[in-house]
Design a protein around this ligand. Structure first.
Ligand SMILES: NC(=O)c1ccc[n+]([C@@H]2O[C@H](COP(=O)([O-])OP(=O)(O)OC[C@H]3O[C@@H](n4cnc5c(N)ncnc54)[C@H](OP(=O)(O)O)[C@@H]3O)[C@@H](O)[C@H]2O)c1
Length: 294
């Protein structure tokens, strides 16, 4: 039996991705959530729609929780076919009160970047031939790239060869932010965007590593939601398109058919590949509606 896992799926985009996978993926779909009762409530909602995802607890910031999920997948399915790294946090868009800046940077980078690296390290050994990994990024990575100095931009473009290189980049940003000196060290100030810089860089390196080690048709991509850049979730204070529409681009990555030529290791927006640092936001299909957001 094939199996797909979506992180942070009790609500928002992750919930929409699970709904889409239940309809389109030929196998079991595991809805994961850090909070068991919120996760089980989401399962009940989908059950009422005639869909049958399974639940497993997963807090991506808790290594033991990731290991418990790995053991469950190993024992029940002996592998993994689709992994959607969707879970993330942000303070900027939903009006919630952020902790003091240094703490915010630590928390956002820990959840949105380092914990995703950990999930991948623990779960990747389970990936079977033809597995698909979708790392949910954001066009915010493009904005943060342009918020960095030329020196840091060149580092991002030319010196990111291994996951450890990316880890060090994000660690350097977190360290600078602890002294409120992100800009002095050439980083963009915005932790959410910087964490997504990490995700986008990581995805390309993961694909390169799979290719170099002869993995059989394992594909990793990262993506924005597309659809104008905003999906109506708690994260955006419910500004944007529906979670089902926002889920289309992640679903495209997660459901790429066997043995396709590509996209591989790319950043996808509305099912099209972009160099995320060269992204022209006025040219992407459907436009990018940042200015409409109040
Ligand atoms: N909405 C947009 O317009 C938009 C645009 C671009 C990219 N994205 C990306 O899309 C993804 C989903 O965002 P969203 O808009 O759906 O946000 P959301 O409504 O706030 O949902 C975030 C989900 O992640 C979960 N989560 C947070 N920390 C977690 C942890 N430590 N372990 C496990 N789950 C955790 C949350 O669980 P709780 O309910 O327990 O908090 C929730 O289920 C994120 O990667 C985000 O960066 C969203």
């Amino acid at each position: 039996m094939k199996v797909a896992v979506v992180t942070g799926a009790n609500k928002g985009l992750g919930f929409g991705i699970v709904r889409g996978l239940c309809k389109r993926f030929d196998g079991d779909v595991i809805l994961t959530a850090r909070n068991e009762s919120r996760g089980k409530e989401a399962i009940q909602t989908l059950e009422k729609e005639g869909l049958h995802p399974k639940f497993h607890q997963l807090d991506i910031t808790d290594h033991d929780s990731i290991v418990r999920l790995r053991d469950y997948l190993q024992n029940t399915y002996q592998g993994l076919d689709v992994l959607v790294n969707n879970a993330a946090i942000a303070y900027q868009f939903n009006g919630s009160v952020a902790p003091p800046y240094p703490e915010e940077v630590r928390e956002v980078c820990h959840t949105n970047y380092f914990s995703v690296v950990d999930v991948c390290q623990v779960l990747f050994p389970l990936l079977r031939p033809h597995a698909r990994v979708c790392n949910v990024s954001s066009v915010s990575c493009h904005e943060s790239f342009y918020g960095c100095s030329t020196v840091v931009q060149n580092r991002i473009k030319n010196a990111m060869h291994t996951i450890e290189d990316v880890n060090q980049l994000i660690r350097d940003f977190v360290e600078a932010a602890q002294k409120d000196q992100a800009e002095k060290f050439g980083f963009d100030r915005f932790p959410y965007g910087m964490s997504k810089v990490g995700i986008s860089l990581m995805s390309a390196i993961q694909q390169k590593t799979f290719d170099q080690t002869g993995a059989e048709d394992i594909i990793v991509n990262c993506c924005d939601v597309g659809a104008g850049g905003w999906v109506a979730t708690d994260m955006t204070n419910h500004y944007g398109v529906s979670v089902d529409k926002g889920a289309l681009n992640p679903l495209f990555c997660a459901l790429l058919p066997p043995n396709v030529d590509g996209p591989k290791g790319k950043f996808l927006y509305d099912e099209e590949e972009y160099d995320w640092w060269n992204l022209d936001l006025t040219q992407v299909p459907g436009g990018f509606t940042e200015t409409q957001y109040q």
